[in-house]
Ligand binder design. Sequence first.
Ligand code: PMP
Length: 405
Amino acid sequence: MQLKDIFASRAMRMKASEIRELLKLLDQPGILSFAGGIPDPNLFPAEAFAEAFQGALSGGQQAQSLQYSVSEGYLPLKEWIVGQMARMGVDCDPDNILITSGSQQGLDYLGKLFLSPGDTALVTAPTYLGALAAFNAYEPRYDQLNLSGNRTAQSYRDGAAQNGGAVKFAYLSADFANPTGETVGQADRERLLDLAEDLQCAIVEDGAYQDLRYDGDPVPPILALELAKKGTLDNCRTIYCGTFSKTLSPGLRVGWIVAARPVIAQMVLIKQAADLHSPTLNQMAVNTVARQQFDSHVEKVRAAYKARRDAMLRALKQHMPPGVDWTRPEGGMFIWITLPAGLDGAQLLARSLDSVKVAFVPGQAFFADGGGPNTIRLSYSVLDEAAIEEGIARLARLIAETLAE
Ligand code: PMP
């Protein structure tokens, strides 16, 4: 008998994907990597954080910064977030906010809060891999959220009932999504609100990339659109997940959730049971740095990523053979490539690592139930413009060769 034989059934849903295993091989020297969706470490405001941590550890502050604190989160930081949310059209109170250890923890807690085994979560195809990983532990069924198609609420309801559960939420990253880079337009956001009303389910709006818009007009958050209709956040079914990971630092693990008070109250209980609270010191440092320079810092981050996105779009246009298609994101970190049918993203990656030394993520990893074999995700956040141009030229050469075989 092995202990793994007695793991709970939920552990069976937590398998490392083959693709994830493959990604471990990507950190080799000499590889040009478009794989990791991570911020450029050269852009971290390290000096400001050094000072902020120093401040939080001296002058009597250490009695608070090194101590246990409340599960809800550090109040001054929540007050700063209230101001940020107001700028996006979401008027809320600190009581509508829970500080989480990154938005990833928020996704896990929302899975824990809403999903009984067999319940349905609606996700786009493709969707954020980490959201599937978080929800999988709660043994849901997935159904495809398709806003532009003509599926009725009843068809979602019937599918969920056949599986012995109900549709509990629709999860989406509405701005510059991971992995496609695409943004959901306002009309589709309104349609989603109607659908959620009909299904009596929640909407989980993942705002991870919301601050990284490089051009085009901002679209109001789904939560802002709902709030404008309902007047009070406590009547809203949309739950907004925010993070400092893509703007200030992912390593500090500070994110937040904005939702109706009854949802936050229950999430606080979940957090108490799971980890008591997110690190006080990190929350204090993020609060200090955000108040000092959030806007000017994010401006710098945007300028750097915009130049890289432009470099990648230029290189794709110049080098890719006919039949290859790609998204043109207005922000974020990702471009999604659709290869001619018959090409396989995972096979192309194996070949690419062997020959042209360019890494990316095969798109199939981002589908809840397979699909998208001929897609790949490219991230432009880390390499400089020259490396992006070189990497795309190499990749395009390999694709052209593969197509010619
Ligand atoms: N949502 C999306 C769409 C992401 O891409 C990521 C990070 N890759 C996260 C959430 C989680 O980020 P964090 O936990 O660092 O806030």
